[in-house]
Design a protein around this ligand. Structure first.
Ligand code: HPA
Ligand code: ZN
Length: 333
């Protein structure tokens, strides 16, 4: 058996967690097509192949345009259930035992879909995942940062009614020009209601956005954060405070944050002692689920099994699982 086979087997066989995955980003072209027919909605594609060939992005915004268009086929509770259940089947295949998923309610409520429809569909699929496969999960509601803070307060109100299902709030969508300080009041209010906070920062935006997510939004994790290496003082703080950075390598290549996987800075972040881990972000759009991300990144960056073990352990340590469950999984790795 060569080293790569060994490495692939290790990745496949080790229980894993995923902390950065947008459920709308797991909408596979086949399901998009099926739902457009079920809901009698037009999509600007004639076939699954045509959808797939549209997935060439130059930056985050060029992706978001297609991603929001794709989300339009999601209408009923059953649609959100089916979407989530398909992702859960991928979790089972990839040996993901715990997942913390994002959802973007504003991309649905703005189209007249009820918040309850969205959350109930997602939640029922996650309950079934726990019942049938023992897969555990948390739900994080993301605010769309290209929208006004005022509009976000509306959706926070909805989230409060579903506190039993939603553990935290995050910030996604178009980063540049929509800095964390725009949402300081919103995040203060969310924290007051008992939600944990996370935020996308330093995906395309500058290190300053990471600083301000920590200082102003009091985040427990930074989503992406790959721009942090441009600021030595920031790296020092992230390391000392053990701030998790939920890195998504294939996403970063698809959105041209790095030109190729061989030039990704994950290994440098790992060597700098940062608490990084690998995630799939929007797997239906970016070329693969968690194992594919781990395998391709390991090959491109020459990661050792020891490196992979650290990444997987970092992910469990950074999850919102209780300490007992965390330790129980950590002891199995
Ligand atoms: N960045 C910001 N917003 C997003 C992303 C992302 O990678 N995926 C879905 N929404
Ligand atoms: Zn993301």
């Amino acid at each position: 058996m060569n080293d790569f086979t060994n490495l692939e087997n290790y990745i496949k066989n080790t229980p894993k967690t995923e902390l950065h995955m947008h459920i709308e980003g797991s909408l596979e072209p086949e399901l998009m097509f099926k739902l457009s027919k079920r809901n009698k909605l037009e999509i600007p594609f004639k076939s699954v192949d045509e959808i797939k060939s549209a997935y060439n992005f130059t930056n985050l915004d060029s992706f978001l345009k297609i991603y929001y268009e794709g989300s339009n086929v999601l209408v009923s509770e059953e649609d959100f259930f089916d979407l989530t259940w398909e992702y859960i089947l991928r979790c089972k295949e990839d040996n993901i035992v715990h997942t913390e998923i994002f959802f973007d309610p504003q991309s649905h409520t703005e189209r007249g879909i009820e918040f309850n429809t969205v959350i109930n569909g997602i939640y029922k699929a996650l309950e079934k995942a726990n019942f049938e496969f023992g897969i555990t999960s948390k739900i994080i509601m993301c605010f769309l940062r290209h929208l006004d803070e005022k509009l976000c307060f509306k959706v926070l109100k909805d989230a409060i009614r579903h506190k039993d299902k939603i553990i935290g709030v995050g910030l996604d969508s178009s980063e540049k020009g929509n800095p964390p300080q725009k949402f300081k009041k919103l995040f203060d209010a969310a924290i007051k209601e008992g939600f944990l906070t996370v935020a996308h920062a330093g995906e395309e935006g500058p290190p300053e956005y990471i600083w301000n997510s920590l200082k102003l939004l009091k985040v427990k994790r930074i989503d992406h954060g790959v721009q942090c290496l441009k600021d030595d003082k920031l790296v020092e703080v992230l390391r000392e405070k053990n701030i998790p950075l939920t890195v998504c390598p294939l996403s970063n290549i698809k959105l041209c944050v790095f030109d190729k996987l061989e030039n990704h800075n994950l290994k440098k972040m790992l060597d700098a002692g940062l608490r990084v881990m690998v995630n799939s972000d929007d797997p239906a759009y970016f070329g693969g689920y968690l194992n594919t991300n781990l395998i391709e990144t390991s090959k491109a960056l020459n990661l050792s099994i020891e490196d992979i073990k650290v990444l997987i352990k970092n992910s469990f340590k950074s999850s919102f699982l209780d300490e007992k469950s965390k330790n129980s999984w950590l002891n199995k790795i």
